[in-house]
Design a protein around this ligand. Structure first.
Ligand code: HEM
Length: 216
């Protein structure tokens, strides 16, 4: 409790839970790219992940849900403490090392939380397009969904927020955990930039390629 009640403790919880989700998005993005190889490949992969009774999936779901709750609660509490520490805003702000990533962390986090809810209602429970989507046919569901320009647009915009969130989060989490020091220059963060670009590009490729009929 002493650890959690300190701001450093909350930052560590935020960093560790964030890194767990980074691991998931890298695997999920790589898994999605199997769509390029056609329906058999993607649906076999999905069947493997689901297994006979969703055992593996439930372990992943529980770990991700715990990570997400820890991440959101620590971010919220740090924001409240941050605002309480400076109730009167600065008259003039001269940002030294801020990036579009660092400045959009809170709004981006809210957008991503909404996206995750929408995404689960879309592809997992199939609630949003019940007539067009079929349980077990992940390939068919992805193809059917991204024929619609606005569904494609929602995913493309959400992935921009994900890329920006990762760019700042990946870098600041390793600093919080003490694995990296110095290097405040936001353009000298090669690993964070590469990670954000690969995850953003890999995810974005799927809806865009389907929308423009570039997949088999
Ligand atoms: C263009 C981007 C994305 C596409 C096309 C996509 C596609 C999909 C599809 C088709 C499924 C269902 C897979 C199956 O049932 O076998 C799925 C599941 C899932 N996706 Fe995504 N996804 C995207 C981005 C994301 C992102 C950014 C996150 C998290 C930050 C995410 C989190 C999840 C989770 C947690 C599940 C599993 C839900 C469950 O079964 O409980 N996805 N995704």
């Amino acid at each position: 409790m002493h650890f959690w009640s300190s701001t450093v403790g909350k930052k560590v919880v935020m960093a560790v839970s964030g890194l767990i989700m980074v691991g998931f998005v890298i695997l999920h993005m790589a898994g999605n790219l199997q769509l390029i190889e056609g329906s058999a490949k993607l649906n076999t992969y999905s069947a493997f992940l689901h297994g006979p009774a969703n055992e593996l999936l439930w372990i992943v779901r529980v770990v991700l849900l715990l990570a997400l709750v820890a991440h959101v609660v620590s971010a919220y509490q740090l924001t409240v403490l941050d605002r309480a520490a400076r109730p009167v805003p600065y008259a003039k702000r001269d940002l030294q090392a801020a990036t579009i990533g660092s400045r959009t962390m809170r709004i981006g986090g809210i957008v991503l939380a909404l996206f995750i809810v929408l995404h689960i209602l879309h592809f997992t429970t199939l609630t949003l397009q019940p007539a067009a989507l079929t349980e077990g046919d992940v390939y068919g569901n992805v193809i059917a969904s991204f024929q619609l320009w606005w569904v494609t647009a929602i995913y493309v915009v959400a992935m921009i927020f994900l890329g920006l969130h990762l760019y700042h989060g990946a870098w600041s989490s390793v600093r919080t955990l003490g694995f990296e020091r110095g290097r405040l220059d936001p353009f000298k963060r090669p690993v964070a930039i590469a990670l954000a670009l690969v995850v953003w590009g890999g995810f974005t490729l799927v809806p865009v390629a389907v929308y423009f009929h570039l997949v088999p």
